[in-house]
Ligand binder design. Structure first.
Ligand SMILES: NC(=O)c1ccc[n+]([C@@H]2O[C@H](COP(=O)([O-])OP(=O)(O)OC[C@H]3O[C@@H](n4cnc5c(N)ncnc54)[C@H](OP(=O)(O)O)[C@@H]3O)[C@@H](O)[C@H]2O)c1
Length: 264
């Protein structure tokens, strides 16, 4: 996995290598900052939001739609405004990214039965999605140098397999969570089935697998930095979800872990 080389900028006028590396470092530092400060700071939405919430809120469906949309829209806009011929591998990888965010924007968002989301959380998430959408789209379209053989490379194949297994776990787990509630209900129940038999945050496990798979398939600093960011951000959140279940439900399955089956 290599840093984007700023020296190649002169050969490839459209690749802002310094900006890519800067954003990657920023993402990783933001994730690590969250990891270090997780005891005092958890993003205040869902069960970790105060009651009543101290900020103005918007309905969950609006919030998730608005905040996730840029991660899909920005790469698509970059794609539409790029005229360079490119390799098949690049388009497959960009399609993989867009598939995740299409699902999150148009399926997850519109079906969620979650609680309203504070406006500041929605805006911060929207900013992060805009930045990562730009970062991944710009890197793949303007910086990455995949030859045509990349789609036959074992890293590409292994990474994509990991990504799609993760996507299946993430979507299935979010489906299980959604169906724990009747429309209009705002209570928490013990999730059962699928990967929830092993971990409390099966949806996060799937998401983290997706981004590590994507990181391997792209073999890139932008992919890796987003995987680390996700691991730090939702990994700590998984720990607090697990602790919440243990405190709330006396009959909570004893062998279930927080995020990694049998380990953590
Ligand atoms: N890549 C990243 O960095 C990142 C960051 C954040 C989220 N995500 C992804 O976005 C999706 C949603 O994230 P999230 O943080 O909202 O996940 P979450 O806390 O697990 O909640 C998911 C949904 O299920 C509901 N829910 C959760 N546990 C429940 C239970 N025990 N009983 C009934 N309902 C329950 C929640 O309602 P409430 O809202 O009322 O709690 C929410 O609507 C996930 O797929 C996650 O992987 C990714």
């Amino acid at each position: 996995m290599t840093l984007t080389n700023p020296e190649t900028e002169t050969c490839n006028m459209h690749c802002y290598g310094y900006l890519v590396n800067f954003l990657c470092c920023g993402l990783m530092l933001a994730g690590l900052w969250h990891l270090v400060n997780h005891r005092t700071y958890q993003s205040a939405y869902g069960r970790h939001m105060g009651h009543p919430p101290c900020a103005r809120t918007v309905p969950a469906r609006v919030s998730w739609f608005v905040q996730e949309m840029p991660a899909l829209l920005v790469p698509l806009l970059l794609l539409l405004t790029t005229h360079k011929p490119s390799s098949m591998g690049k388009y497959l990888l960009l399609g993989t990214w867009c598939l995740h965010y299409f699902q999150r924007t148009f399926v997850y968002s519109l079906l969620t039965r979650g609680q309203p989301v504070p406006v500041d959380v929605m805006m911060t998430a929207g900013l992060v999605c805009s930045v990562v959408g730009f970062l991944q789209g710009h890197y793949l379209l303007h910086c990455a140098q995949f030859d045509d053989g990349w789609s036959a490379d074992y890293r590409f194949k292994t990474g994509l397999v990991l990504f799609y297994i993760g996507l299946a776990i993430n979507v299935h787990s979010d489906y299980i969570l959604r169906n724990l509630r009747k429309p209009g209900e705002v209570i928490y129940k013990i999730p059962k089935g699928g990967m929830f038999e092993y971990v409390s945050a099966a949806n996060y496990l799937g998401e983290i697998m997706e981004w590590f798979g994507y990181s391997i398939a792209t073999w890139s600093f932008p992919g890796f930095s987003f995987a680390i960011f996700s691991l730090c951000f939702i990994g700590t959140r998984a720990y607090y979800h697990h602790r919440y279940y243990l405190e709330k439900f006396k009959d909570y399955p004893k062998l279930r872990k927080a995020l990694i089956p049998f380990i953590f």
